[in-house]
Design a protein around this ligand. Structure first.
Ligand code: IPM
Ligand code: MN
Length: 358
């Protein structure tokens, strides 16, 4: 009996379903080649379903997903739905309910991919951001006073627990050890201004490092300086750990230096539960149905799914090799409409390389 995995696929909105389909194609090719089986359940959650039924997510969503081995997500965000409703009601709700407390975002420049950073190549841009994914400003804690009046006040509170920081740090330290590169973990924060939140992060970071990870070098950057170094000296980084909000911001910058949203992938991980993998860009609705959107980010997210959830290391490595081959030998650009290939052709080519054992 081959190993069988249960996967959920949420195509979502805009170009989400198109890119997710190409990732599915590549994962199916990997399954065939590496002798395991994938059972897919496709879920129609997203803006269209919401506009049709008025329901954002069925109440049973988390229970259904908890039974899966992993989730592949296309993109959430619909032009006819007010911003925030679907993002909070689907993406953030699933990240929270499934306790996906790690948002893992590799910043890796593939060969042949254009970076806006002059004189930097794949040997300079290859690090990982570990973003805390369940707390901070994303808890939605706060409110208004005197809303709509001239004296209006808005309060938005960042909530950071010690336990939440500790579990995130533990993952980041272990990842740094496993990567075995410069063995440097950089905490990114703002200790000079956020003197409560980052006091907690800093103490947790050094206490854990000293106690359990003496082999890992500890570094610290203010978040603004970190943005500067991303552009000037990205090769300094090995693994970064940071809070939810800063992680959101710096990984968009990271995506740009690795070639853009077309190729930037991420995973929402619950190391003890079910994880959800997604391209980190949005749903790009204006490109829907034109076969021009780049599915590479979704394909790379699929590679992460193989590595982190299914633990099919050989299959994950094969996807990585196939992606490298395509970026270096065939794709003209990573931008939508400029790849020199269509969405489905990119998926077909990567799947073929995987099938051919390249
Ligand atoms: C991301 C996105 C989300 C976030 C939005 C859509 C809520 O920007 O995955 O980075 O802020 O986390
Ligand atoms: Mn973001």
């Amino acid at each position: 009996m081959p190993r069988t995995y249960q996967l959920a696929m949420i195509g979502g909105d805009g170009t989400g379903p198109e890119v997710a389909r190409e990732a599915q194609k590549v994962l199916d090719a990997a399954a065939l080649r590496f002798d395991f089986k994938l059972d897919w359940e496709t879920l129609d959650w997203g803006g269209d379903r919401y506009l049709r039924t008025g329901e954002i997510l069925p109440d049973s969503a988390a229970a259904l997903l908890e039974k899966k081995d992993a989730i592949l997500l296309g993109a959430i965000g619909h032009p006819d739905v007010k911003p925030g409703i679907l993002e909070k009601g689907i993406l953030l709700r699933l990240r929270f309910e499934l306790q996906q407390y790690i948002n893992l975002r590799p910043v890796k420049l593939y060969p042949g991919v254009w970076t806006p950073i002059k004189d930097k190549g794949p040997e300079h841009i290859d690090f990982v951001v570990v973003r805390e994914n369940n707390e901070g400003l994303y808890t939605g804690s706060g409110g208004f006073l005197k809303k709509g009046t001239p004296e209006e006040v808005a309060i938005q509170t960042a909530i950071q627990s010690r336990a939440g920081a500790d579990r995130c740090l533990k993952f980041a330290f272990e990842l740094t050890r496993a990567r075995d590169r410069t063995k440097t973990l950089t905490l990114v924060g703002k200790t000079n201004v956020l003197t409560y939140e980052f006091d907690l992060w800093e103490r947790a970071f050094h206490e854990m490092g000293e106690r359990e990870f003496p082999d890992i070098k500890r570094d610290y950057n203010h978040v603004d300086a970190c943005c500067m170094w991303f552009v000037k000296n990205p090769e300094w980084y090995d693994v970064i750990v940071t809070n939810n909000m800063f992680g959101d911001i710096i990984t968009d910058l990271g995506a740009m230096i690795q070639g853009g949203m077309g190729i930037a992938a991420g995973g929402n991980l619950n190391p003890e539960g079910v994880s959800m993998y997604e391209p980190i860009g949005g749903s790009a609705p204006k490109y829907t149905g034109q076969n021009v959107i780049n599915p590479m980010a979704a394909i790379c997210a699929g590679g992460m799914l193989l590595e982190h959830s299914l633990r099919e290391a050989a299959a994950a490595a094969a996807v990585d090799r196939a992606v490298k081959k395509l970026t270096s030998e065939r794709m003209k650009s990573q931008a939508a409409g400029k790849m020199g290939m269509g969405t489905t052709e990119v998926g077909d080519a990567v799947a073929q390389f995987v099938a051919d054992g390249i």
